[in-house]
Design a protein around this ligand. Structure first.
Ligand code: NDP
Ligand code: 8X3
Length: 254
C-alpha cells in the first residue's frame, strides 16, 4: 500500500521541509496552509515526484477543515501519518502587556486547530493501523518557562499533554503519537513572532548555528519510519549552542 502523509502548515519552515523530505521518499502528500500561492507552487513542484493534494485552509476554521478533509481523493482514505505542524507565536511581551487578540490567535491555532485536525483525521490513521503515526509539533517552550512565553508556551504544554493522552486512547490501534519539541530553529517563525522585524529575526539567530527546517524534517522522517512496534513519546531537540540559564532573582534595592 502507498504511504500517505497529511502535513499542516506546509507553506514555509518545518512543514515545507517535511513535505519535500517525504515527497523525495515517495510518499503521497496532503499539504495545507493559508497562503494559496505558496502552497500551489510547492504542490506543482513536488507533483513531479509524487501525488500531492494542496488544501488551502485555515486550521482554525473547523467547518472549512472538515470540508477540505472530505474533499481528499480516495487514495487518502487511509493515512500513514499526520504532522500537526501549523502554529505560531505572536509577541514576546510580559503577560501584563500582551494583546488578548494575539493570545486568542495562538490558542485558536496551536490548540484548537491541532485538535480539529487530529479528531478529523484519526479514523483514517486508525484505518491504516500498525505503522501509522502522528507527530505533533510542540516546543521547548511547552516544558521550560522563559519571560514572554506566557500563552505560546502554554499552548505547547497543551500539545504535549494532548499527545500523551492520545497515546492512552489509541492503545490497541497501532497508531503512535510523538510530541516533537524543538528549541531554537531558523524559520519564518521569528518573523511572524516579531511582526516582520528583520533586525530582531537576524539577532535571534546570529552566531547560534540554529536547527534548520531540514533537520526537523529528517527527524520527523526518522520518527515515522521506526519499526511499527516502537513509539517515541516525546523528543526534545535543540542546537548544541542552546542551553538553560539559572533562576532569576529579583532583589530589593536598599
Ligand atoms: P513558519 O512560520 O515557517 O511556519 C508556520 C506554518 O504554519 C506556515 O506554513 C503557516 O502557513 C502555518 N500556519 C500558521 N497559522 C495557520 C493557520 N491559522 N492555518 C493554517 N496554517 C497556519 O514556522 P515554523 O516552521 O518554525 O513552525 C512550525 C511549527 O513549529 C509551529 O507550530 C511552531 O510553533 C513550532 N516550533 C517552531 C520553532 C522555531 O524555533 N522555529 C521551535 C519549536 C516549535 P500560512 O501562514 O500559509 O497559513
Ligand atoms: C519555539 C522555540 O524557544 O522560541 O517554539 O519558544 S522558542
Amino acid at each position: 500500500m502507498d504511504s500517505t502523509i497529511f502535513i499542516t502548515g506546509a507553506t514555509s519552515g518545518f512543514g515545507e521541509a517535511t513535505a519535500r523530505r517525504f515527497a523525495a521518499a515517495g510518499w503521497k502528500l496532503a499539504i495545507t496552509g493559508r497562503r494559496e500561492d505558496r502552497l500551489e507552487r510547492l504542490a506543482d513542484e513536488l507533483s513531479k515526484q509524487t501525488e500531492v493534494v494542496p488544501l488551502t485552509v485555515d486550521v482554525r476554521d473547523r467547518e472549512a477543515m472538515a470540508a477540505a478533509i472530505e474533499s481528499l481523493p480516495p487514495s487518502f482514505g487511509q493515512l500513514r501519518a499526520l504532522v500537526n505542524n501549523a502554529g505560531l507565536a505572536l509577541g514576546i511581551e510580559p503577560a501584563q502587556a500582551c494583546s488578548l487578540d494575539q493570545w486568542d490567535t495562538m490558542i485558536d491555532t496551536n490548540v484548537k486547530g491541532l485538535v480539529y485536525c487530529t479528531r478529523m483525521l484519526l479514523p483514517r490513521l486508525i484505518a491504516h493501523g500498525a505503522g501509522a503515526g502522528i507527530v505533533n509539533i510542540g516546543s521547548v517552550a511547552g516544558r521550560w518557562p522563559y519571560p514572554g512565553a506566557n500563552v505560546y508556551g502554554a499552548t505547547k504544554a497543551f500539545v504535549r499533554q494532548f499527545s500523551l493522552n492520545l497515546r492512552c486512547d489509541l492503545e490497541g490501534t497501532g497508531v503512535r503519537v510523538t510530541d516533537l519539541e524543538p528549541g531554537l530553529c531558523e524559520s519564518e517563525f521569528s518573523l511572524v513572532r516579531f511582526g516582520g522585524d528583520q533586525a530582531r529575526y537576524d539577532a535571534t539567530y546570529a552566531g547560534a548555528n540554529p536547527v534548520q527546517p531540514e533537520d526537523i524534517a529528517e527527524t520527523i522522517h526518522w520518527l515515522l519510519n521506526m519499526p511499527a512496534h516502537l513509539n517515541v513519546n516525546m523528543l526534545e531537540l535543540m542546537p548544541v549552542s542552546q542551553a538553560w540559564s539559572g533562576f532569576s532573582i529579583h532583589r530589593k534595592q536598599d
